[in-house]
Design a protein. Sequence first.
Length: 159
Amino acid sequence: MKRIGVTGHRSIPHEARAHVLEGLRAALRGHEGSLEALSSLAVGADQIFADLALAHGAELTVVIPSGDYEQGFADEADLVRYQALRARAAREIRLDYPHSTDEAYYAAGAYIADHCDRLLAVWDGLPARGLGGTGDIVTYARSLGRPVTVIWCEGVERG
């Protein structure tokens, strides 16, 4: 089974959204046979990828960074979407962090990078804004020699 992980920004500007969606779809279409998708189901890239992967017939593995992860969803609609995607997961990996900290987010991203064959990064190429951000996980995955596919719309800045 091929395993594809995701890391990416929570905020995807409107002008980049169609490009990001097509990039993720193309990456999923490029695989034959069974597929496992790894995601932490954060708002933005993680949830978009998980939804597309499920539609593509992949088995979803969710990586939950902390015991209080759900409390970080400020918007009720985002929480409901997270819960719906989580309910459709074939597997759930829950890390031992009691609270959602930068270290917990980094550990979740590192877990995904450690356990995938390829990492998709919805990333503007800029440094992470905090430990565990997209840039950090891309750097970590590349240090492992993991293939990383960056998906972003050139010339668009993240909000």
